[in-house]
Design a binder for this molecule. Structure first.
Ligand code: ADP
Length: 201
């Protein structure tokens, strides 16, 4: 028997979750961290928007939901992520926009457990609500996202408060959450993220 070989052959597996209200900067920061750390960014918002752009059946189903700032049903997201995870070996991902409900978080826990993949970090980007609304409205000028307007931005903040805050609590109970100041330049925020990833909770 080769004793030098680690028993866990999936040592390279790494999962990081970005949490934070809409507009907190998850997408921007997750993209940079993924590129610099050889991880795959899985942005459920981007995947769904791609379906809408391609006019798929799923895209047609989710378009009105997203336009109003509501959440797409859990089963859609859970099977989407489940199928994606099955294609990865090793699993080296950053989730941005998932899980967004307690049911999604529990399903993800289960999938990672079955896969023997540990959840390394849950990074929570904190930004006050009024700054978030301002950021989204500002982003809407160039993003052409139909949900980037003030009315929908406020609805999305409410959805975050009601449905995603319990996800923060879920991971907090597991001692996994690192809350980070999300205000400041993107470089400043990224520096905080790097430090957090290097010193897991
Ligand atoms: P933001 O973080 O600015 O709200 P996203 O791109 O993450 O932007 O999400 C945009 C929309 O996509 C959400 O308002 C929701 O309708 C849908 N969506 C994305 N991820 C999920 C998810 N995990 N569960 C349900 N709906 C989702």
């Amino acid at each position: 028997m080769d004793n030098t070989k680690p028993e866990n052959t999936k040592l390279e597996n790494q999962v990081i979750i970005f949490l934070g209200a809409p507009g907190a900067g998850k997408g921007t920061q997750a993209a940079r961290l993924a590129t610099e750390h050889n991880l795959l960014q899985i942005s459920t918002g981007d995947i769904l928007r791609d379906h809408i752009a391609r006019g798929t059946e799923l895209g047609q189903r989710v378009e009105p939901i997203m336009k109003q700032g509501h959440l797409v049903p859990d089963d859609v997201l859970v099977s989407m992520i489940g199928e994606k995870l099955q294609t990865l070996e090793p699993v080296r991902v950053i989730f941005d926009g998932f899980p967004r409900t307690l049911a999604q978080a529990e399903a993800l826990d289960q999938m990672l457990l079955q896969n023997g993949t540990p959840l390394n970090s849950v990074l929570l980007l904190e930004v006050p609500t009024e700054e978030l609304i301002a950021r989204i409205v500002n982003r809407g000028i160039s993003s052409e996202r139909s949900d980037d307007n003030e009315t929908t931005a406020r609805a999305r903040q409410q959805v975050y408060h009601d449905l995603t805050q319990p996800v923060v609590e879920h991971y907090r109970k597991q001692g996994l959450v690192q809350a980070l100041e999300g205000r400041g330049s993107t470089n400043e925020v990224y520096a905080r993220i790097l430090e957090a990833v290097q010193t897991p909770a």
